[in-house]
Design a protein. Structure first.
Length: 132
């Protein structure tokens, strides 16, 4: 029988395409498969001797470019982990979709309110110009 690859590793995954820091990150994360084994981001960054911001950029790149199933969670245990089950992946994607929709709502609201304010300012300036 054929052993299926872990959920976090896409078909055709080639670790040689990772940068050294991405390889080091993955080496550590391989011990943190599944939500129950999530690793606090600050601890991972410290182990890699990089900043939290740099770590987030690396994790984002590994997920988006190399299609590695890296998840994060704010529920205990908090942190990042490699996805282990389809259920974990679906939960993560549901949370991320909710976050994305929330951001889009804020952007839309700001645009509407700010455009209305700007339009009101333009009308006032035009009215002032007419009075001159």
């Amino acid at each position: 029988f054929f052993k299926t690859p872990p959920r976090w590793r896409p078909e055709g995954f080639d670790a040689s395409r990772l940068t050294p820091i991405e390889g080091a990150t993955l080496s550590i994360l391989r011990y943190h498969v599944g939500h129950a084994r999530a690793l606090v981001e600050e601890e991972l960054a410290a182990a890699l001797k990089i900043t939290d911001r740099k770590l987030r950029a690396i994790l984002k790149h590994m997920s988006e470019t190399h299609d590695i199933g890296i998840c994060s969670t704010s529920t205990k245990p908090c942190g990042v982990y490699l996805v282990e089950t389809l259920e974990e992946e679906e939960d993560y994607l549901k949370r991320e979709t909710g976050r994305a929709l929330s951001i889009l709502k804020r952007v839309a609201r700001h645009k509407r309110s700010h455009y209305a304010i700007l339009a009101g300012q333009i009308v006032m300036q035009m009215e002032e110009g007419d009075r001159r």
